[in-house]
Write a protein that binds this ligand. Structure first.
Ligand SMILES: Cc1cc2nc3c(=O)[nH]c(=O)nc-3n(C[C@H](O)[C@H](O)[C@H](O)COP(=O)(O)OP(=O)(O)OC[C@H]3O[C@@H](n4cnc5c(N)ncnc54)[C@H](O)[C@@H]3O)c2cc1C
Ligand code: HEM
Length: 344
């Protein structure tokens, strides 16, 4: 499902990453190459540059070879399938709860919600889930290395492919989060919202209420919008560092530091954004339409699991062991005796 390019990375010494190709992680065995997976294009028989009689450089490299069909976005197929599947599931779930249920239960026609409100919830849910899917394999990889006591054994194929697809998963997550932000900021300019506002004002006059201010609701919104903007900005920074020219100006260590730490921070801020948005909504039985849990409760489960996993891995004893393993140390308790290894 995910790209597998068989790209081998040279062993990157953590101590002096500048000596290495900045975008390869470390593995001798060719697995868990972390950054920038190259697309799985078959080796080209004779490059167009050769055919044109020029050295392999410039645009000539990208020209199609007669009789050879270039693949279209091979590295994006798996992540696009994941994003499409999640979008369809989230859209149907929200559509059923927010539109079909009121129609079936009380003949309430709220189909107007589909283009903006239902779509926006779907975008938000997919954005956060994709982000969690970017940082989950790192946790699984660390657990794998801790259990095996070495970094020299390849990761299982599915994990290896997943690790290689993180860039595409992350960029798609950023795309969904960006759309979600635009849709959210459009809320007050919609006609339906203006009518609702007028109706609320009228009802307030009828109830002889002078002030509609609800302190905790004001704080809730101020904080969750602020967290949303912060989360999106962090994702934008990650996206900028993915641009090859920016990526090339950073060392491998700097790039990995930004991606790993700012990425985890963006997941944390995104999850906090949903928690503050949720506030105490989840205690209201009205949120459990047709006995189904609201999406804001469902979508925080995976990010929460990833963040807890990351927090446990950051505990001093565990972190120290993972770092040692990454530097090439092998746990003698897991190591096969050399003569036995050669006999196997
Ligand atoms: C908008 C956006 C853009 C992105 N762009 C990119 C991109 O351009 N390229 C890209 O690769 N990813 C990209 N990502 C994905 C993601 O940010 C990175 O893959 C990030 O490095 C993952 O961090 P991590 O902490 O989960 O895992 P990692 O930093 O990869 O660590 C995972 C585990 O692998 C093992 N490990 C790490 N280093 C070593 C080592 N030296 N030796 C042995 N084992 C090791 C450890 O067990 C570690 O716990 C992007 C994400 C987003 C949201
Ligand atoms: C400028 C940035 C952002 C703004 C203004 C914003 C605004 C909002 C608003 C208004 C809602 C309520 C939607 C509704 O109930 O109709 C919401 C919910 C949500 N947001 Fe954001 N957001 C931003 C960034 C993000 C980011 C970066 C993420 C995650 C990566 C995210 C994930 C979510 C999720 C999962 C929900 C809950 C949706 C649901 O109810 O199922 N948001 N946001």
């Amino acid at each position: 499902m995910f790209p597998s390019d068989g790209q081998l990375g040279p062993q990157v010494a953590e101590e002096d990453p500048r000596m290495m190709e900045p975008r390869t992680e470390n593995e001798e065995d060719g697995h868990s190459v972390m950054i920038d997976p190259a697309p799985a294009v078959p080796p080209e028989p004779a490059g167009p540059a050769l055919l044109l009689g020029s050295p392999s450089c410039g645009l000539a490299d990208d020209l199609p070879i007669p009789g050879h069909r270039q693949e279209l976005f091979p590295a994006w197929r798996g992540p696009l399938r994941v994003a499409s599947g999640l979008s369809l599931g989230a859209f149907l779930y929200n559509f059923l709860r927010d539109v079909v249920q009121p129609f079936v239960s009380s003949r309430d026609n709220v189909f107007y919600k589909v283009p903006v409100l239902v779509t926006n919830k779907m975008l938000a849910d997919v954005a956060l889930t994709m982000l969690a899917l970017v940082y989950l394999p790192g946790v699984l990889a660390a657990i794998c290395q801790l259990l095996r006591g070495t970094k020299y054994r390849p990761f299982p194929v599915w994990l290896d492919r997943w690790m290689r697809a993180r860039k595409q998963l992350g960029l798609l997550g950023f795309f969904f989060a960006g759309l979600h932000a635009l849709y959210s900021l459009s809320y007050p300019v919609r006609r339906s919202y203006r009518y609702k506002l007028l109706n609320w004002a009228y009802q307030q006059v009828q109830q002889k209420k002078e002030n509609a201010w609800v302190e905790h609701d004001v704080w809730r919104m101020e904080i969750y919008v602020s967290l949303g903007i912060l989360g999106l900005t962090l994702l934008a920074l990650l996206a900028v560092t993915s641009i090859p020219s920016v990526d090339d100006s950073l060392t491998w260590r700097e790039f990995r530091w930004i991606q790993s730490n700012l990425g985890t921070a963006s997941l944390l801020v995104g999850t906090a954004h949903v928690f503050v948005f949720t506030w105490n909504k989840w205690v209201h039985p009205s949120q459990f339409v047709w006995y189904t849990p609201p999406t804001f409760l469902l979508v925080v489960l995976l990010p929460l699991a990833v963040l807890v996993g990351k927090a446990i891995l950051a505990l001093p004893g565990i972190r120290w062991k993972v770092q040692r393993i990454r530097r090439g140390w092998e746990d003698p308790a897991h190591k096969l005796p050399e003569d036995m290894g050669s006999r196997l």
